[in-house]
Design a binder for this molecule. Structure first.
Ligand code: OGA
Ligand code: NI
Length: 349
């Protein structure tokens, strides 16, 4: 096919981090943090519990398991969940199709490229200013809900990609409901109070992340520190390579790998709904000079028309309302993110 004339190009050509590495390019300036370091791989471990989902599901949910959940969400804002209905070999298949997608030739992956003004698709950081320091990662974003799917962004290669992702979607929706219910129970609230705000038109968006090996982990960050815009995020970590870290009391802590577990992260919207009792933690990904890393984040986002706000029963004299009611939090989030600020500050009272 003939190359289209540059004047007709609607999209700037972008370079994946993967290509930089494959071409052996010198480390570009706009990935280098000059004012601070990229982070240390060798930090203490996050002390978060492993919660058994089977125990949370039963009607007579064990008090002990709920207590564990509540304490994890109000201190770290994350926990690992096991016994979630997905076998270790299924989770390995999900990891495998992720790896296989990123291992495809560039021109094949580019078929799924993000459009200039879009969110979904294959790409990396949008460049918004000359001063911006970029993340050392490439990503593929896909909306998972059947009625919101844009199949043009769903890889056809590897062949099983779509089937596996569809299965993963179905299983995660079930787990989401169990977790949002358990969160309510752990605070002695009505079962549905988080689920009701989460709404029937909630969106699940998958982010497949690829962190290539990096020549200078001391200067470069895989994914800049941030908190998630979601209600909750499911993170399927690489089963061998660490990199994710959480911040608490101005210190960084790394997340241990438990191959059969999913990591659940509280997002800003749960912090808002819980009136600040559950914490949306700041986290980042550090790079690694020895090995590449993959991960799969699934962001569970309340419906765009849903109004999110502190649950009434969590507001009283001793605990005043901390956040305003808000719709389309994700819109605010991106606006703030681009200015390097935390969006949750915008909805504080
Ligand atoms: C994210 C995220 C962590 C990881 O996608 O928001 O925090 O380990 N990812 O890739
Ligand atoms: Ni995140």
């Amino acid at each position: 096919m003939a190359e289209s004339a540059p004047a007709f190009k609607t999209q700037m050509v972008w370079k994946s981090v993967q290509e930089l590495v494959l071409n052996g390019d010198e480390l570009p300036e706009n990935y280098i943090h000059k004012d601070r370091d990229g982070g240390d791989l060798d930090v203490p471990l996050v002390e978060i519990p492993v919660v058994n989902l089977g125990q949370l599901k039963s009607l007579s949910t064990s008090k002990e398991e709920l207590q564990k959940l509540r304490s994890a969400l109000s201190t770290w804002g994350c926990f690992q969940v096991i016994n979630h209905g997905m076998t270790p070999s299924f989770l390995d298949e999900v990891r495998e199709v992720t790896k296989q997608f990123f291992a495809l030739p560039m021109e094949e992956k580019r078929k799924y490229s993000r459009e200039a003004d879009g969110i979904e698709g294959y790409g990396n950081d949008k460049i918004l200013s000359e001063k911006q320091i970029l993340n050392w990662s490439d990503r593929l974003y896909i909306t998972l809900n059947p009625e919101q799917r844009k199949l043009k962004f769903w890889p056809e290669n590897p062949k099983v990609f779509r089937d596996i992702l569809n299965d993963y979607t179905i299983k995660l929706s079930i787990v989401t409901a169990v977790i949002l219910t358990a969160m309510a129970r752990s605070l002695d609230l009505e079962d549905n109070c988080f689920l009701d705000q989460y709404g029937k038109e909630a969106t699940m968006r998958a982010g497949f992340n690829y962190y290539p090996k990096c020549p200078r982990p001391d200067l470069v960050i895989g994914l800049e520190e941030h908190a998630d815009a979601s209600a909750i995020t499911f993170l399927l970590q690489d089963n061998e390579v660490e990199g994710l870290q959480f911040q608490k009391d101005n210190q960084w802590f790394k997340v241990p790998i438990i191959p059969e577990a999913l990591l659940i992260i509280v997002g800003d919207q749960t912090e808002i709904m819980s009136n600040g009792i559950f914490k949306s933690p700041v986290h980042k990904v550090v790079t690694n000079s020895e090995r590449e890393r993959i991960s799969l984040s699934v962001f569970c986002l309340p419906g765009l028309n849903e109004e999110i706000g502190p649950i009434d029963r969590l507001v009283d004299e001793s605990r005043p309302r901390l956040y305003k009611k808000v719709k389309n939090y994700v819109g605010i989030y991106f606006e703030y993110y681009q200015q390097g600020k935390r969006a949750i500050e915008a909805v504080k009272i």
